[in-house]
Design a protein around this ligand. Structure first.
Ligand code: G3P
Length: 221
């Protein structure tokens, strides 16, 4: 399973990259706004700055909602850097644009997916990635992991090439459950990736090894 980081924060992207486990980045307008990145020139420069930190795919989201606007904006985003993936919302004109981009060989990420039917449409339209938002389903008392399992099963039934990019991940358990379900990618906040490291028995075991090593060093010095 690939690990993407779900942020526009350059320091966090760099930290995940330095850990050696990062395969890409996803952003959205809310994440850009959270970093205070506003104005088209600054936003476009920020995407390029992200591409300079990582070597994998970087999703940049369109804000147009009509076919012509999505196509123009998507092509402009894709021209910024070869790593850019055009992120398109799951709406009617978005599906048409996914097909258009797919025919042109441009990579896409279909976002705001909350049902297996939506994921089926994204795959039929040739999306490179589909982004089911599992945390937001959990928030409304629906089973987000079940959605990941359903999409993985449907895609495997028909050998769709669209990769399942589990999004709206909130915890290390979400990441593990997505891996069990067979998601191709998990896009996560840095905190959830770092929380995978944690286990109290690792901490106590290491403390014991280090204190025993100190005794050994003392005896032999
Ligand atoms: O990748 C989608 C993500 O940014 C949404 O996450 O936590 O706002 O539901 P969240």
């Amino acid at each position: 399973m690939k690990f993407f980081i779900d942020t526009a924060n350059l320091a966090q992207i760099k930290e995940a990259e330095d850990l050696g486990v990062l395969d890409g980045v996803t952003t959205n307008p809310s994440l850009m706004a959270k970093e205070g990145i506003t104005g088209q020139d600054n936003i476009l420069k920020h995407y390029v700055d992200i591409c300079k930190i990582v070597s994998g795919d970087v999703s940049a989201e369109v804000i147009s909602t009509d076919f012509k606007g999505i196509v123009e904006e998507g092509e402009m985003l894709a021209s910024l850097h070869p790593q850019i993936v055009i992120k398109v919302p799951m709406i009617k004109d978005g599906v048409k644009a996914l097909k258009y981009f797919s025919n042109k060989g441009l990579k896409t990420n279909c976002t705001l997916v909350f049902s297996p039917g939506q994921a089926l449409l994204a795959a039929k339209a040739g999306a490179t990635y589909v982004s089911p938002f599992l945390g937001r389903l959990d928030d409304i008392n629906q089973d987000g992991i079940l959605l990941i399992e359903q999409i993985v099963k449907i895609y495997r039934n028909y050998d769709f090439k669209t990769q399942v990019l589990a999004a709206s991940i909130r915890s290390p358990l979400h990441i593990v459950r997505c891996a069990e379900a067979g998601a191709d990618v998990a896009t996560c906040p840095l905190s959830a990736i770092l929380d995978l490291l944690k286990h109290p028995l690792t901490d106590s075991g290491l403390a014991k090894f280090l204190s025993d090593a100190k005794k050994f060093t003392t005896v032999n010095s």
